[in-house]
Design a protein around this ligand. Structure first.
Ligand SMILES: N[C@@H](CCC(=O)N[C@@H](CS)C(=O)NCC(=O)O)C(=O)O
Length: 309
């Protein structure tokens, strides 16, 4: 039995994607509540500087980005499958649509009614700090902070298209949930979680019935631990995850070389370490931390850049 630790916070949509997958797979996991905003020193002890949410810790392996978490969870716990063979490319295509839907959901939550509800939840001061932090999050990367306009141009068309796809189907690709459902679930969840804008989706009946089915998957069996316990777990772990795919490094970097890894879109704080493996799917860095010990940080190939340090 692997020791799965999810570092996340309740309001995070991408974390909800992983929580729902852990639910579908019926897994027990440990939960560390992390701050919604930088700085995140306990998380950085594991990641080396990456600040996005969530982060999955498997013993002393640290997985960045939910797209790679999906591959890791699918490999360690293949049943029930998230990516059935017959639906591989459909799942990939839906996953390619995830960010459009997510940006649209952020734009929706930032409509006036959504903002009011967020201020009521966080308080005016915290909301201001949150806004400043997100401004910062989007500096230095290829992405721009989602503009409120995306509610009309991206979210509404997408939500209606999902509603149409769900006519006569329990899940997006048929009778059982697949990755397609989980990548679409978290943006819809984010909007439905905000009482100011949740009613906007109420007329979409198929989507609302699907929402019930997605919620019924639950979150598996979480138990709460603190950050210190997670770091202790990393220090005490003895095994490593297998690498995902054969060596393939198109940047001309050598195994053992000191490298910098960063997300390309937003939240681009670099992670420095020794290049241990690079495949078509993942990049693995070895690093040491005074609190967490020897670690391997895994990031997906897609959406990250790698360069010599
Ligand atoms: N591509 C990333 C996106 C993750 C993401 O954007 N997460 C949001 C929260 S849902 C985030 O990191 N926000 C800034 C923060 O939490 O510090 C993934 O799939 O993990």
């Amino acid at each position: 039995m692997r020791d799965l630790i999810l570092h996340h916070y309740p309001m995070s949509p991408y974390s909800e994607k992983i929580r729902a997958i852990l639910g579908y797979k019926g897994l027990a996991w440990r939960s560390v509540d992390i701050p919604m905003m930088a700085p995140k020193p306990d998380l950085a002890a594991l990641t080396g500087g990456y600040r996005k949410t969530p982060v999955l810790q498997v013993g002393r392996d640290v997985i960045l980005d939910t797209s790679l978490m999906v591959r890791v969870l699918e490999r360690l716990y293949p049943s029930p499958a998230l990516i059935p063979e017959a639906h591989r490319m459909s799942c990939l295509a839906y996953a390619g649509y995830e960010q459009t839907l997510f940006y649209g959901a952020v734009a929706t939550v930032f409509q006036p009614e959504g903002l009011k509800a967020m201020i009521a939840r966080l308080g005016a001061e915290q909301m201001q700090a949150f806004s400043r932090d997100r401004q910062e999050l989007f500096t230095g990367g290829s992405a721009r902070r989602p503009s409120p306009e995306l509610y009309k141009t991206q979210f509404l068309p997408a939500a209606n298209a999902l509603n149409a796809q769900l006519a006569g189907r329990d899940f997006l690709l048929g009778e059982a949930p697949t990755l397609a459902d989980f990548v679409c679930w978290h943006p819809i969840w984010f909007v439905r979680d905000n009482p100011g804008v949740a009613p906007l989706l109420a007329p979409l009946r198929n989507l609302m019935a699907w929402e019930q089915r997605m919620r019924a998957l639950g979150h598996g069996y979480p138990s709460t631990i603190d950050a210190e316990t997670a770091l202790e777990t990393a220090r005490g772990a003895e095994s490593w995850l297998d690498f995902d795919g054969p060596l393939q490094e198109p940047n001309g970097l050598k195994i053992g070389e000191r490298v910098l890894l960063r997300a390309s879109d937003y939240g681009c704080e670099p992670v420095e370490g020794l290049l241990l493996h690079a495949s078509a799917y993942e990049v693995v860095l070895q690093r040491q931390d005074s609190r967490a010990g020897d670690l391997r940080v895994h990031a997906p190939r897609a959406g990250f850049s790698l360069s010599a340090a």
